[in-house]
Design a protein around this ligand. Structure first.
Ligand code: HEM
Length: 549
């Protein structure tokens, strides 16, 4: 901002019809804004012409300045240091590896790989608010390409997304250009639990070459997007796509994939997964939406309803589970069809739900929709396998989001606890508050380590084997992650008090996430079903492995 002011200059703008204030040595003209200021007009008049930094930080968080700065800032104080241009990256210096020396009587662990170096610290460095590899811890999973991606996404999220997710939630929609950017930034092509899909789009991720892309990049993408602290936003941009698109890519007919995938990966067209029905959720074998083959064998005629379908309202394509066999055939009579809105007979209605408001939860009706047989995904009556193959990927996505949301609750709480004072002390000085933070942190870190380990396993196992062997642990971690999220949202809410009971403002993220909890604990396999499956499936695997009881 070019214009500079002295404190005397600012002091002259001290009336309601000419009202400037200073926050952190930047000067803001609030003359027009004061009428719409949610905290009131009078409170601003009291600090007109003055440095109001202290008052400002008492009532707001960083997001407010990011959002309003471009509109309200008119300059800076002459005392403000000009921000130096970023220094050129230092030449790679070989760090000296300090080898532990044994002293008599002491046991010194010798690192297995003494040459491994840590990545540069990144972010606010608040313990546990980011994963430990952001804070100079050693990690076998993350390298410079992950660090570069982390920086790229964080920059985008903190400037163009995080300050606006509250508005988008209230409006029940994320602007279309954000979804489009997910395509042009090359993110959609990297979100399918497999290699980076170069063959269907020219878009590329700026900081990571496709050949270097791995499941930890995908994890990081979801994790950093979730840092915006809105389940609605994350589900809007990756919810329907992340579960609706992989079955098409893996099991769809080549011609169909070639025809529609480029439009999807570029962010122009949208796809979702339609399985759940008013009367069938986790028990997929009970599906009723029927697809009957036409007499000439060229089409399926689809009739039925789908409920709680993420993104459905905006979608062009629906990866849909239908019944092609008899009711009695259970899971052996289920197929998956790619239904296109343009085929006619598809109606979508937005549902009003407790949380994830901007994700577009939808009720769908199919009425005599004529679907060409080429749109069958996988084989007829073998749709259950297609659906099952998707589950691990979907659940890992849910786990990543829940753990980051838990961190957001923790991060918001620890920041607030450092500024809010009660009974003459900062909240952080009260042991009862530190206890809450400690219980959040231990659950987050333990769950995150298990997540890293499971992603490492998925990366190294053949897909069918991973589906069987990791189904149990992933189900267990899904339940662990949603319980952790619920706990953190609750405890953060207690720390924020009334501020997280009302919407928006300093406790806004916590209030929103608290509302989003059930959207994670129920779909993708409810906690109860996950926990039961974790033991049943693991015992099955144990038996094959030769378990001795
Ligand atoms: C750049 C200047 C300012 C902007 C853009 C701004 C913006 C806002 C916004 C958007 C809110 C709604 C709550 C939220 O989203 O956090 C709010 C609330 C509030 N603001 Fe400001 N504000 C500014 C300066 C100030 C100053 C200088 C004071 C105090 C002297 C103040 C006091 C308050 C209070 C008391 C609330 C209500 C907080 C609550 O609901 O708990 N604001 N402000």
């Amino acid at each position: 901002m070019a214009k500079t002011f002295t404190t005397q200059d600012v002091a002259a703008h001290n009336k309601p019809n000419d009202l400037y204030i200073v926050v952190d040595e930047d000067v803001y003209d609030l003359t027009q804004f004061q009428d719409e200021h949610p905290g009131g007009k009078k409170i601003l008049t009291r600090v007109a012409g003055k440095d109001a930094s202290k008052q400002f930080w008492k009532y707001h968080n960083e997001g407010i300045l990011k959002k309003f700065k471009p509109k309200l800032q008119v300059g800076s104080l002459n005392t403000k240091k000009v921000e130096a241009a970023p220094a050129p990256a230092p030449k790679e210096e070989k760090k000296e590896i300090v080898k532990p020396k044994a002293e008599s009587g002491a046991v010194v662990p010798v690192p297995a790989t003494a040459e491994v170096e840590t990545l540069d610290p990144f972010g606010d460095l608040i313990p546990f608010a980011d994963p430990s590899w952001y804070q100079g811890y050693h990690s076998p999973y993350f390298n410079e390409t992950h660090a570069a991606l982390r920086e790229e996404i964080r920059e985008w999220v903190s400037t163009e997304i995080e300050p606006f997710v509250g508005e988008w939630d209230e409006a029940r929609k994320v602007p279309d250009e954000i979804y489009k950017a997910m395509g042009t930034r090359g993110y959609l092509a990297g979100l399918m639990g497999m290699h980076y899909l170069t063959e269907y789009t020219d878009n590329r991720v700026k900081s990571v070459a496709p050949e270097n892309w791995d499941l930890f990049h995908e994890m990081l993408l979801t994790d950093e997007l979730s840092r915006a602290g809105s389940g609605g936003f994350v589900w809007n941009v990756i919810g329907g796509f992340g579960i609706g698109c992989p079955p098409l890519v893996k099991f769809g007919k080549k011609e169909v994939v070639k025809r529609i995938l480029p439009g999807i990966l570029n962010g122009d067209k949208r796809i979702c997964l339609a399985i759940t029905e008013p009367d069938a959720g986790s028990d997929v074998a009970n599906l009723g939406c029927e697809a009957v083959l036409s007499e000439d064998g060229k089409h399926y005629i689809v009739n039925g309803e789908k409920k709680w379908i993420t993104n459905g309202i905006w979608c062009d394509y629906f990866t849909t589970a239908v019944r092609t066999g008899t009711k009695e055939s259970g899971m052996n009579g289920v197929s998956v069809l790619l239904i296109e809105r343009s085929m006619g007979g598809v109606s979508t209605r937005k549902m009003d739900c407790q949380g994830v408001w901007s994700s577009g939860t939808t009720y769908i009706t199919f009425e005599d929709v004529k679907v060409p047989v080429e749109n069958l995904i996988g084989k007829e009556n073998q749709g259950f396998k297609v659906i099952m193959t998707n589950f691990n990927h979907e659940r890992i996505g849910i786990i990543i989001q829940c753990l980051r949301f838990s961190r957001v609750c923790y991060e918001e709480s620890i920041k607030y606890a450092h500024k809010r004072r009660t009974f003459g002390k900062k909240l952080i000085e009260h042991p009862v508050i530190r206890l809450k933070l400690a219980h959040m942190a231990r659950q987050i870190e333990a769950s995150y380590s298990w997540l890293e380990s499971l992603i490492h396993q998925v990366s190294h196992m053949e897909e069918n084997i991973a589906m069987l062997r990791l189904g149990g642990p992933i189900a267990s971690l899904k339940a662990q992650a949603t319980v952790t999220f619920e706990f953190c949202a609750r405890e953060a809410s207690q720390i924020f008090g009334g501020l997280s009971y009302s919407r928006g403002g300093q406790g806004g993220k916590v209030e929103r996430l608290y509302r989003d909890v059930r959207a994670y604990a129920i779909p993708g396999g409810s906690e109860e079903i996950m926990l039961d499956l974790s033991i049943r499936q693991s015992l099955r695997v144990g038996k094959v492995m030769g378990m001795k009881l």
